[in-house]
Write a protein that binds this ligand. Structure first.
Ligand SMILES: Nc1ncnc2c1ncn2[C@@H]1O[C@H](COP(=O)(O)OP(=O)(O)OP(=O)(O)O)[C@@H](O)[C@H]1O
Length: 327
């Protein structure tokens, strides 16, 4: 069956036609029913949600959990795009304090991931309960997810290894509009649907968000510092036009402090590590050969604009043995 859904796409791929036909098929599947979607702002769930929205309008409710682990301005961007541009029924749950409260003092990466995943499900369930009866669950499953799950049915709940997974709920029928597509095809459909480039071209971002980019315990202070440094790094990579060739580029804040000097005064601040990689499939990766002059410019901007940071490191390790993310 998996092969069937894929061969239909490969026969005659046209993103516009795909969008049209899929919207019709969703109309038929959902009818007057009500659907819900966990919207991360990532490409897969965003494109799926817009397809379903075009088919059933306000009978779709999207839930975006703002866990406080988003990058700079990301929560507002998601709200702006889906609520204002697409006029979708979007619930933004401001759960920052809840997540940070649960994570306080926790240093172990696996424990952190588990807490974030479990809290995510709790928040989603609470919001879902407020909406009332829901018949359909929209999921941004894509073809590689189905292949990875090693089942032939294509009806599996996406394993969400990153965020912990939504619970299997027998009351829901699944709607998975992009399950036959690869990521680059999902992006094409996103463009056809008029979703902003900044979202369609978004680089992969882990489900636990910045939670895995704050090494050691997570605090609001470290998150805010990291957000600023990460923003500067991304801005400079994009300004240099390197964003097309670099698969992922981001900053991570370490769990140590070191001594520095600013205006002849001793400082004791955090180091950030910049990581940028080339890869085809994220299974192996090589560090990106960013010109030294650009690294110099980025480092100077970061230490100048983010006063809590007094040291900028560049990760020159490939995967393996290092992973892409630190945790
Ligand atoms: N903060 C969030 N708010 C709402 N839903 C979320 C959030 N984070 C993750 N999800 C849901 O969990 C799914 C899997 O998350 P994961 O981080 O593994 O992303 P993904 O597989 O890259 O998909 P996407 O491109 O949609 O982010 C998402 O498709 C989305 O439905």
């Amino acid at each position: 069956m998996n092969k069937d859904i894929r061969s239909k796409i490969e026969e005659n791929w046209n993103a516009e036609e795909f969008a049209k036909e899929t919207i019709e098929a969703i109309k038929e599947q959902i009818g007057d029913g009500k659907a819900i979607c966990a919207l991360s702002g990532g490409v897969d769930s965003s494109v799926s949600a817009v397809l379903v929205h075009k088919a059933i309008g306000s009978n779709l409710t999207c839930i975006f959990v703002d866990h406080g682990l988003m990058r700079k301005d990301e929560g507002d961007q998601v709200e702006e795009i889906f609520k204002n541009t697409f006029d979708m029924n979007l619930i933004r749950v401001n759960a920052q304090e809840r997540f940070l409260g649960k994570l306080a003092g926790v240093k172990d990466p696996e424990q952190k991931r588990k807490i974030i995943g479990e809290e995510f499900i709790r928040v989603f369930e609470e919001e879902k309960a407020k909406i009332g009866k829901i018949d359909f669950l929209v999921q941004g499953t894509i073809y590689p997810d189905i292949v990875e799950s090693m089942t032939d049915s294509g009806e599996v709940i996406k394993s969400h290894h990153n965020v912990g997974g939504l619970p299997e709920d027998v009351d829901f029928e699944l709607v998975e509009p992009v399950k036959a597509l690869y990521k680059y095809e999902v992006r094409e459909v996103g463009r056809v649907l008029g979703i902003a480039d900044k979202l369609v071209d978004r680089q992969p971002f882990p489900g636990p968000g910045l939670g895995v980019r704050v090494v050691g315990d997570i605090t609001k202070e470290k998150l805010d510092i990291l957000r600023e440094a990460d923003w500067i790094f991304r801005e400079e990579i994009e300004a240099a036009g390197l964003n097309k060739e670099i698969w992922q580029y981001f900053a991570t804040i370490l769990d140590i402090k070191s001594v520095g000097m600013t205006n002849e005064k001793r400082t004791y601040g955090y180091p950030v590590v910049l990581r940028a990689i080339y890869t085809k499939d994220a299974m192996t990766a090589e560090f990106a050969k960013i010109p030294h002059e650009l690294l110099d410019k980025i480092a100077k901007r970061i230490v100048h604009e983010v006063e809590e940071i007094n040291r900028v490191l560049y990760d020159v390790t490939s995967k393996p043995p290092a992973t892409i993310e630190f945790e």
